[in-house]
Design a protein around this ligand. Sequence first.
Ligand SMILES: [Zn+2]
Length: 176
Amino acid sequence: MTLPSTYADRNCSLARTLEVVGERWTLLIVRDAFFGVRRFGDFATQLKIPRAVLTDRLKTLVQEGVLSRDDEPGGAVEYRLTAKGIELWPVLRTLMNWGDAHYSPTGAKRVFRHERDGGLLDHEGRCGDCGLVVPVLEILHEPGPGFEPAPGPGRDAVARAVSAPRRLLEPMVTAR
Ligand SMILES: [Zn+2]
């Protein structure tokens, strides 16, 4: 059976949203953008996504204003979350929490802290130390108890960078 290419109920905001972020891989690309991935090759390496699919998903995200596509000096292209894209953070955080609760018996894959005081963030994004709902730019992420390093010797620079504590959106620097 072939699914229709658009949802019939276009008048629903959820249906419209799913047309932007509901395609396979899209939210994983957005998640990696929060984790500092900016370059095509790094998304491809990190997600092991077919390159044609990645090209298509990035194009949609740029068209919809979730990512910006910026030409860097030296000819590199970087994709960055826009303010509109950053607004997706609570959605991602909630989906990750849900996955941890139901599909990760050893605990959270990643934990989030308030950079200012090191307080752990709860499921609403509130700091357990100071009680603030912490803005994205002040959130540190680090491997949680359920984190499993990628197996085998082929662990690349992107995987290593994602496995260390970092600030959200902090650009990942990989050797190239
Ligand atoms: Zn705090």
